[in-house]
Every structure is written in C-alpha cells, then in structure tokens.
Design a protein around this ligand. Structure first.
Ligand code: HEM
Length: 328
C-alpha cells in the first residue's frame, strides 16, 4: 500500500514538474514576441511623448529624420536591435560609436537621449532605448512623407556593445552586390527587403570621403553630368574637403519618395553600394520601385518591421537602461 502511494506521488510530482516546464517554455515563447501594445498598460503615453520629442528635433533640423532611420539600422545589424550603438566607452565597453562606419558619421544620439529623458520623467525604468530607436524611425519616416507602420515593441537594452561586430556587420559603401545580399541575408532580410531599405537613401547626406572614389573612377555606371556636379564640392585630393556633404538623392533630397530608384536607373547613384543595386543585377526591383512609388513605400514599411525584429532581447534578457549611453 505504502509502495503504491509513493509511486503515485512520484508520478504526480513528475507530471507537475512537466507542467511547470511546459508553462515556462510557453511563457518564454510568449515573451520572445514583440507586440504593438507592449506599453499600453505600463506607459500609455509613451508613443505620444516620444513622437513629440522626435518632431521637435526634426523641426529644428530636417536631416535628423535621415540620421535617426540610419541609427535604428546600425543598431539592429549589430547584436540585434538592443540599443548597443548608444553605449559610450566604459571600462567594460568599447563603444560601437567609434567603428569606422559610425565614427564622425552616425548622428542623432542626443535626440534619442532627450526622448529617453522625457520618458524617464513619465514612466521611469519602463521604456527601452532600443524601442525608442524603433519608434523614432517610424515617426520620422511619416514626418518626411514616407510610409508609417505599426511598431512592434518590448525590446530590452543590452549591457554590452561590440565594436568588432559593428566593423564586420555594418555594410561598407564599397561592398559588392553579392556581399550585400549575403550580409542582409544573414539578418533574415531578402534581396527585396535590402533594395527597399536602401531606398531610405532618398533622404539624407553622405560625406565626400564616401563617394570620392566613385566620382573619380571613370566607371561606366556613372553619369558624366552627375560626375561634374559632384566633383565641384568633392575634389580628388584627400584632405579638408573629406567631410563635404552631398545629398544621397540629388533630385528631392528632403522628401521620402522613389526618386532614389529613378536616379539609379540614370546612373546617378551617389555611393558604389547604391549603384550596384541596379548595375549589379537587382535591376527588376529597382525599376519596379522607380515606376511604382506605392509599392516601394509599402515594401519599405514591411522591411523596416522585419529589420526591427532582428534578435531582440525580450522577457528577462537585457535591461531597461535609465540613460541610453550607459549601463545602469
Ligand atoms: C546597403 C548597404 C548600405 C550602405 C553601404 C550604406 C552606407 C551609407 C553611407 C556611407 C552613408 C553616408 C554616411 C556619411 O557620409 O557620413 C549612408 C547614409 C545613410 N544611410 Fe545608408 N547604407 C546602406 C544601407 C542603408 C539602410 C538599409 C538604411 C536604412 C534602413 C540606410 C539609411 C541611411 C540614411 C537615412 C543615410 C543618411 C544619414 C544622414 O544624413 O545622417 N542605409 N549610408
């Protein structure tokens, strides 16, 4: 009799343990999902407050729209969308801000810091810096005439950064089409996503040092008139003019439209990595977007949502930083 009872209680305990394990698995699976209503109960005014900080910044300087979209991209491609790009150098951190692709180039950190300090006033310790980057990218797109989308939320912030991953995972302006396809593919993004996302070069600017080789290359995939215009403020010799800016889209530099793709078809892409999208072989997608602005915009929104989904920290992983540039 006693033996039977022991057996029963053992099997009861085993079933109980199995149920607990199952529940844990289910809950971690649920936590792994980002959700657009994540802050609905914990900070109902989060999105409105962030939007207002972002709008103030763009009203002050319109280019900031471009810089903030790029910041979210440069965050997501390094360790996932975890705000690692915002961390400053510290004893245990070598900041991604100093990687070649970011140094003296990525900008908008102070705008995110301001949005975060506004958030800390209304809901301390609730909204992550990684989510603020994702929300800002959507808000600025909408502001400059690009598409809007529902941002999925619930990302948490990293306690680490990686300058070496930043150097290897952020694309170079000299990259070939094959290497770009591989890189975006490794992040779960298709060629179509990559071409659509590159369409954010319809706004913003690039420094002479990034396109000098292209405009002095005598390459066959560059328009002669475009070359002479761009050479005016970007002389051949390396030096003081390295930082001179040129619009990535020479026709409508301040509005989010499909002119970038029209430019590529006319061999007027500013960066080598822009022009290879057309001359290197993604010709069909480029020409489709050049003819059809609404397809471009809806594909761009879809691709931004996919990009925002790259390896987020969720559940109990990571932290909510109180100041975006440092670990609590
Ligand atoms: C396909 C590979 C890409 C390469 C090689 C590349 C490279 C660059 C370079 C070199 C600049 C100019 C930086 C400077 O001169 O300081 C730039 C600017 C920019 N990039 Fe990209 N990019 C790529 C894809 C993307 C993607 C996927 C996005 C967004 C989703 C993006 C958004 C931007 C924006 C908005 C700017 C203008 C930033 C500003 O004016 O502050 N880029 N990019």
């Amino acid at each position: 009799m006693v033996i039977v009872d022991v057996k029963n209680s053992l099997s009861f305990m085993a079933t109980g343990a199995a149920v607990v394990v199952l529940l844990l698995l289910l809950s971690s699976a649920c936590q792994a999902q980002l959700s657009s209503t994540f802050y609905e109960k914990t900070c109902p005014n989060a999105l409105r407050t962030i939007r207002s900080a972002i709008r103030t910044a763009i009203a002050r300087e319109r280019r900031m729209a471009a810089s903030l979209i790029r910041l979210h991209f440069h965050d997501c491609f390094v360790q996932g969308c975890d705000a690692s790009i915002l961390l400053d150098d510290a004893p245990s951190i070598t900041s991604e801000k100093n990687a070649l692709q970011n140094k003296d180039s990525a900008r908008g950190y102070e705008v995110i810091d301001k949005a975060k300090s506004d958030m800390e006033k209304i809901c301390p310790g609730v909204v992550s810096c990684a989510d603020i980057l994702a929300i800002a990218a959507r808000d600025v797109s909408e502001y400059v005439g690009g598409p809007s989308w529902t941002v999925k939320l619930g990302r948490r912030d990293s306690t680490t950064a990686s300058i070496s991953l930043a150097a290897s995972q952020l694309p170079r302006f000299t990259a070939s089409l094959e290497s770009l396809i591989d890189l975006f593919g490794s992040k779960g993004l298709s060629v179509r996503d990559m071409v659509a996302l590159s369409g954010s070069h319809t706004i913003g600017q690039a420094q002479c040092v990034t396109f000098r080789n292209r405009i002095y290359s005598n390459a066959s995939d560059i328009d002669a008139g475009f070359v002479s215009t761009r050479r005016r403020r970007c002389p051949a010799s390396v030096g003081n003019d390295d930082g001179n800016l040129a619009a990535l889209d020479l026709v409508t530099p301040n509005s989010f439209d499909n002119n970038y793709f029209k430019n590529l078809m006319q061999k007027k892409g500013l960066l080598e990595s822009d022009q290879v999208l057309f001359s290197g072989g993604s010709t069909d997608i480029v020409s489709e977007y050049s003819r059809n602005p609404s397809t471009f915009k809806s594909d761009f929104a879809t691709a931004m949502i996919k990009m925002g989904d790259i390896e987020p920290l969720t559940g109990s992983a990571g932290i909510i930083r109180r100041i975006c540039s440092t670990v609590n």
